[in-house]
Design a binder for this molecule. Structure first.
Ligand code: FAD
Length: 622
C-alpha cells in the first residue's frame, strides 16, 4: 500500500476550529486529512478549562445542531454544569460547563479517530503549494508534500506567536508548543492583510497549597444541564464544586509596583487584547477605584490538583505573579505550577473572506478560528464547521452555505467579521444578534438540524432523535389544545391556585400556558400521557406558547428587513460606473467585494442612499 498524499480537503491545525472543520468535511463525504503539530494536543484548551457561557453557549448548541462534536465532548468531559441567566428570558439563558481538560480532549480525539473519510497525521505545515490563483496543497516541515482541492487553515495563536512574561519574551505557539514561523513568513508574502493581536492566561496553582476552607463554594445546577441535543446527564463524569476568592488592596498594590516591568505597560506588546477578558494588571489600572475583583477558583480536572484561577490572567514578571497570588484569601501559601503569560500572534483581516470562509485572494483556501481575529474555543469551533463544510462543498462542485443573521449566532459572527472586520479579539455576545428572541439556545436544533441533514452534516442517529423530538412537540401542542378545563371542577381549583385568579370561562391548557404565572410542569399533571415527557419538549412548548406574540413580531421584522438582504452582487462589478455612488463608497466596495446587498449595507460608511443606488442598478441589470 502506498502512503497517501492526495486528499479532497486538508485541514491544518487540530485545535477547536480544525477538529470541527475536519469532522464536517469528512461527514460531508470529502476525503479529508487533518495535519497537526502534535496529535496529543488535538482539542486542547489553551486557556480556561470551560466551554460555553453567555453567547458562546449559543454557538456550541448551533455547532451541535449541525452535527459538530463540541457539545458531545463537553458532555463527556464536563465536571460542573450551570445555566447562566436562568432567571432571565430564554433568549439570554446560556449553558456553561467546567471541563476536565483530559476527558474533553479524549472525547474529541475519539470522535476524530472514529470518523470515516478522515485521516490524521502529525506534521507541522511550513508552506502552501500554490498553483496560479488557487491553493493546491501543503508542504510540511520534514519535506512531505500533500495535495488537495481545498485547504482549511486553523493555526490559532501559533502564526508568529511570541510569548511574554515580564520583560522576557520568546517564540512559542502557546506554553509548551512551538510557534509556526515558516508558515507565518510564507503567508506574509501572499496578498493577505495581516496584523497582530494578543491574549493572556493566568498562572496555574497547585490545589494542595490553597486553603479551600476560607473560600466560598459554588456548586453546579440540579438537575445537571446537558449541552448536546442528544446528550444525557448520565454521559457526565463526577460533578465537583468550584470556589470563589477575591483580589484586595494588597494584591492591587503589588500589581501596581510591577507595572514598570509589564510588557503591556512598557510598550513591548503592540497587539490589542480581548476587551472583555482583560489581564488583572489591566483591570487594576482601568478600574482604579475598585478595591477588589472576584476570582473563580476552577478545577482543571478530576485527576489533577492543578487549579485555574479565572480572573488573574497576567504577563507580569514571575516574581510579581508569585507575590500577588499569595496576597489573596486562601492563597497565602499557594504554589504556582505554571506561570501566567501573554501571547502575541498574527491574524488575518477577516474582511478578506467570503461568507463561506474561503479567502478572496486565493481560491480554495479557507481560514477559520483565532486566525480570523476571534477569541474563544466556541467561536473557533463554529467557524471551523462552516469552513470544513464549504471546503468539502467546493470540492464537490456544490454552492457554499452559511446561515444568515436571522438563522444563527454563527451567521451573526461571520457576517460581523467579513463586513466590519475587527480591531480587537472578537468574542460572541447575545447583544450582537438583532433577532435574539428567535436565536435561542433551546431552539438551535429546530433552527438548524434539518438544514444540517440536507447538507450531509447530520447522521442518522441525530436525525432520528430530532424527528422524534419535533413530532413530540407538535403532539404536546395538540394535546394541550384539546384538553379543556371546565369551571368549578377540581382541575379548575388547581388552575386557580397556580394562576392566583378565578377561572371564569372554560379554557384549554394551551390558553392557560400563555399566562406568565402558569408553568408547563403544572399543566402536564392534568394529562395522562405526560409522565415520561422529555423535559426539552415540554420546555420548547412552553417557550413557544409564552413568547408567541413577540416571536411573530420579530419574524415580521425579519421578513421586512431581509427583503433585499440576500440579493447577490455580481463577482465582477464596475462600482465607478454606477450613477450617483460617491468615490469613497465605490472604493470601499471595490476593496471589500461584498457578496450580497445585505453585506454591502453593513460595511461601515456605506449609507442607505448608496444601497438604494445599488438596488436600482441590480434591478435594471436583471
Ligand atoms: P488553537 O486552539 O490555537 O489550535 C491551533 C492548532 O493548530 C493547534 O493544534 C496547533 O498545534 C496547530 N498548528 C499550529 N500551527 C501549525 C502548523 N504550522 N502545522 C500544523 N499544525 C499547526 N480564549 C478566550 O476565549 N478567552 C481567553 O481568555 C483566552 N486566553 C488565551 C490565552 C492564551 C495564552 C492562549 C494561547 C489562548 C487563549 N484563548 C482565550 C484563545 C483560545 O485558546 C482560542 O480562541 C482557541 O483555542 C482558538 O481555537 P483555534 O482552533 O483557532 O486555535
Amino acid at each position: 500500500m502506498k502512503f497517501r498524499r492526495d486528499f479532497d480537503v486538508i485541514v491544518v491545525g487540530g485545535g477547536h476550529a480544525g477538529t470541527e472543520a475536519a469532522l464536517a468535511s469528512a461527514r460531508c463525504g470529502a476525503n479529508t486529512l487533518l495535519l497537526t503539530q502534535n496529535i496529543d494536543t488535538l482539542g486542547q484548551m489553551s486557556c480556561n478549562p470551560a466551554i460555553g457561557g453567555i453567547g458562546k453557549g449559543h454557538l456550541v448548541k448551533e455547532v451541535d445542531a449541525l452535527g459538530g462534536v463540541m457539545a458531545q465532548a463537553i458532555d463527556r468531559g464536563g465536571i460542573q454544569f450551570r445555566t447562566l441567566n436562568a432567571s432571565k428570558g430564554p433568549a439570554v439563558r446560556a449553558t456553561r460547563a467546567q471541563a476536565d481538560r483530559q476527558l474533553y480532549k479524549q472525547a474529541v480525539r475519539t470522535a476524530l479517530e472514529n470518523q470515516p473519510n478522515l485521516a490524521l497525521f502529525q506534521q507541522t505545515v511550513s508552506d502552501l503549494i500554490v498553483e496560479g490563483d488557487r491553493v493546491a496543497g501543503v508542504k510540511t516541515q520534514m519535506g512531505l508534500n500533500f495535495t488537495a482541492r481545498a485547504v482549511v487553515l486553523t493555526t490559532g495563536t501559533f502564526l508568529g506567536g511570541k510569548i511574554h512574561i515580564g520583560l522576557e519574551n520568546y517564540s512559542g505557539g502557546r506554553a509548551g508548543d512551538p510557534a509556526s514561523i515558516a508558515l507565518a513568513e510564507r503567508l506574509r508574502e501572499l496578498p493577505f492583510r495581516i496584523d497582530r493581536l494578543k491574549t493572556g492566561t493566568p498562572p496555574r496553582i497547585d490545589g494542595r497549597t490553597i486553603d479551600f476552607s476560607k473560600l466560598e463554594e459554588q456548586h453546579g445546577d440540579e438537575p445537571v444541564p446537558v449541552f448536546s441535543f442528544i446528550g444525557k446527564p448520565e454521559h457526565h463524569p463526577r460533578q465537583i464544586p468550584c470556589h470563589i476568592t477575591r483580589t484586595n488592596n494588597k494584591t492591587h498594590d503589588i500589581i501596581r509596583s510591577g507595572l514598570d516591568r509589564s510588557p503591556l505597560y512598557s510598550g513591548i506588546i503592540e497587539g490589542i487584547g480581548p476587551r472583555y477578558c482583560p489581564s488583572i494588571e489591566d483591570k487594576v489600572v482601568r478600574f482604579a477605584d475598585r478595591d477588589s475583583h472576584q476570582i473563580f477558583v476552577e478545577p482543571e480536572g478530576l485527576n489533577t490538583h492543578e487549579i485555574y484561577p479565572n480572573g488573574i490572567s497576567t504577563s507580569l514578571p514571575f516574581d510579581v505573579q508569585y507575590e500577588f497570588v499569595r496576597s489573596m484569601l486562601g492563597f497565602e501559601n499557594a504554589e504556582i505550577v505554571r506561570p501566567g503569560y501573554a501571547i502575541e500572534y498574527d491574524f488575518f483581516d477577516p474582511r478578506d473572506l467570503k461568507s463561506s470562509l474561503e479567502t478572496k485572494h486565493m481560491n480554495a483556501l479557507f481560514f477559520a478560528g483565532q486566525v480570523n481575529g476571534t477569541t474563544g474555543y466556541e467561536e473557533a469551533a463554529a467557524q471551523g464547521l462552516i469552513a470544513g463544510l464549504n471546503a468539502a462543498r467546493l470540492v464537490q462542485g456544490l454552492d457554499s452555505w452559511c446561515p444568515g443573521r436571522d438563522e444563527a449566532y454563527i451567521g451573526v459572527m461571520i457576517d460581523d467579521l467579513i463586513t466590519r472586520g475587527t480591531q480587537e479579539p472578537y468574542r460572541m455576545f447575545t447583544s450582537r444578534a438583532e433577532y435574539r428572541l428567535l436565536l435561542r439556545e433551546d431552539n438551535a436544533d429546530l433552527r438548524l438540524t434539518e438544514k444540517g441533514r440536507e447538507l450531509g452534516l447530520v447522521d442518522d442517529a441525530r436525525w432520528q432523535a430530532f424527528e422524534i423530538k419535533r413530532a413530540s412537540i407538535a403532539q404536546l401542542q395538540d394535546d394541550l389544545k384539546k384538553k379543556w378545563v371546565r369551571t368549578e371542577t377540581a382541575e379548575a381549583g388547581q388552575v386557580e391556585q397556580y394562576w392566583g385568579k378565578p377561572l371564569l370561562r372554560e379554557a384549554n391548557l394551551m390558553d392557560l400556558l400563555r399566562r406568565p404565572e402558569v408553568d408547563v410542569k403544572q399543566l402536564l399533571s392534568f394529562m395522562d400521557s405526560a409522565e415520561d415527557m422529555d423535559p426539552q419538549v415540554a420546555e420548547q412548548v412552553e417557550i413557544q406558547a409564552k413568547y408567541a406574540g413577540y416571536i411573530d413580531r420579530q419574524q415580521t421584522e425579519i421578513d421586512k428587513a431581509l427583503r433585499y438582504d440576500h440579493l447577490r452582487l455580481p463577482e465582477v462589478i464596475d462600482y465607478n460606473g454606477i450613477p450617483g455612488l460617491s468615490n469613497e463608497v465605490s472604493e470601499k466596495l471595490k476593496k471589500q467585494r461584498p457578496e450580497t446587498l445585505g453585506q454591502a449595507s453593513r460595511i461601515p460608511g456605506i449609507t442607505p442612499a448608496a444601497i438604494s443606488l445599488l438596488l436600482v442598478y441590480l434591478k435594471k441589470k436583471s
